[in-house]
Design a protein around this ligand. Structure first.
Ligand code: FAD
Length: 407
């Protein structure tokens, strides 16, 4: 029997998972096309270079899009536990943290990329790097893919081009455009898991400060989202895991958006009041009021924000100023303006409409023999390994079904 050819566009997380799955059928030839000069460029930058590759709670939700229910059968077919076993079989050892986040044992995203790259070296997988697909033509026999002056033919095709987020790492409109030309519609794209800008002047000088914080996002004074965790301050706004967790949809839609920051989340208001009182009774210079408790720069900015000016020593604080100090430490409110752009986002919210695909095969309902997986689809996950789990599960499903001989 003549071997069937499965073409895959994109050697990122989902494309590599799809290639390995399709190649399990040794009567299938896989052609994996990647526009960059190496595989898994974005994967290598994930999790701050550590790659949070899964979350063991991914089976019970944490996904968004117009049809979040689309995710369930896909994750169920290849759940986190099975994914970790799959990685182990490929040669990658992993560690699961108490939070459910999974990392490579080496703590290096490189290891994940390397293991996938090494496993792609199979007689029935051809990897073509530096091949940017510009056009897909549906033919009687299958598909003709062209780009860079080259043409490749295949019987079935998987689009695994990823999303627009993280454009410096390979995020592109390409997948949406290629699928649109084949009749697929997309929802509106916007950045998610992204830092949010503020117009608060105090942010100047806080770049690089990291602190544990209880963050509440308020819309017209009402709580829109909240979480506790590591807050990172940048020259433009608030960032870090705690913000990523709650950044989805913030600053979209009318209303006044603010962030309320509690810099001592483990302390009661009374404890903070007591702390300020103790310091008032000391000889501490005013600037050092919060030294030893908060990051030095943050402490100084908060002291200034509380409007404590012209005082040399903490003992000169009035009762009203002492109360204001407590307020900025336990509930500083800063105005939010907009999320940063796609360049800085970890994931794209929105994408190719899932209703146009079969959630038990990842095959298009519009073009038989065409599959899509990963971020190009209108699915985005929470922070914490959910997006990569989606990439592995959807990629594997697409690969297994595309790699089946009969249509
Ligand atoms: C900085 C950063 C950190 C992240 N950290 C995490 C994390 O720790 N945990 C987590 O779960 N998620 C994380 N994510 C999200 C996660 O990386 C993505 O959701 C995931 O990689 C999507 O997989 P994918 O296969 O759909 O796309 P990608 O991994 O982006 O792969 C798509 C591939 O297709 C190629 N391509 C695109 N168009 C074409 C074309 N026309 N021709 C040929 N090739 C093409 C691209 O070059 C790319 O290599 C992070 C994202 C970023 C940007």
């Amino acid at each position: 029997m003549k071997a069937m050819t499965v073409g895959i566009i994109g050697a990122g997380a989902s494309g590599m998972a799809a290639a390995l799955a399709a190649a399990e059928n040794t009567n299938v030839n896989v052609i994996l096309l990647e526009r960059q000069t190496r595989v898994g460029r974005k994967l290598q930058a994930t999790g701050n270079g550590r790659c949070n590759l899964s979350n063991i709670h991914a089976e019970s939700g944490g996904y968004h899009g117009e049809q979040p229910a689309f995710v369930l059968p896909v994750i169920k077919a290849f759940p986190p536990e099975t994914t970790l076993q799959w990685f182990s079989d490929l040669g990658l050892y992993t560690v699961t943290e108490d939070s459910g986040k999974v990392y490579p044992y080496s703590d290096q995203a490189n290891s994940v990329v390397d293991i996938l790259r090494l496993n792609l070296q199979k007689p029935n997988i051809t990897l073509k790097l530096g091949f940017e697909v510009e056009k897909i033509q549906k033919t009687e026999a299958g598909f003709v893919i062209s780009g860079n002056g080259e043409t490749v033919s295949c019987d079935k095709l998987i689009v695994a081009c990823g999303g627009l987020a993280g454009s410096k790492l390979g995020g592109t409109m390409s997948g949406y455009k290629l699928l649109a030309k084949l009749g697929h519609k997309s929802t509106k794209l916007r950045p998610s898991l992204v830092q949010i800008k503020t117009s608060w002047g105090g942010i100047n000088g806080l770049k690089g400060v990291r602190t544990n914080c209880f963050v509440q996002i308020l819309r017209d004074g009402k709580v829109f989202a909240e979480s506790t965790g590591e807050l990172q301050l940048t020259e433009q706004g608030i960032s870090g895991p705690v913000v990523f967790e709650i950044s989805r949809d913030v600053c979209y839609g009318a209303g006044e958006w603010t962030a309320k920051l509690d810099f001592l989340p483990d302390w009661t208001e009374e404890q903070v009041r007591q702390l300020v009182e103790n310091r008032r009774a000391s000889d501490l210079p005013m600037e050092e009021l919060l030294t030893g408790i908060l990051h030095n720069r943050l402490g100084r900015v908060l002291t200034r924000t509380a409007g404590v000016k012209g005082k040399e020593f903490a003992r000169e604080l009035s009762n009203r100023e002492a109360e204001e100090m407590c307020r900025v430490v336990k509930g500083l409110e800063i105005p939010l303006t907009e999320p940063l752009g796609m360049d800085s986002a970890q994931v794209t919210a929105g994408g190719v409409m899932t209703e146009q695909f079969n959630e038990t095969t990842m095959e298009s309902r519009i073009v038989p023999g065409l599959y899509a997986c990963g971020e190009v689809l209108d699915i985005d996950g929470d922070c914490g390994g959910y997006n990569l789990q989606w990439a592995w599960s959807s990629g594997r499903m697409a690969g297994l079904h595309a790699g089946k001989e009969s249509r």
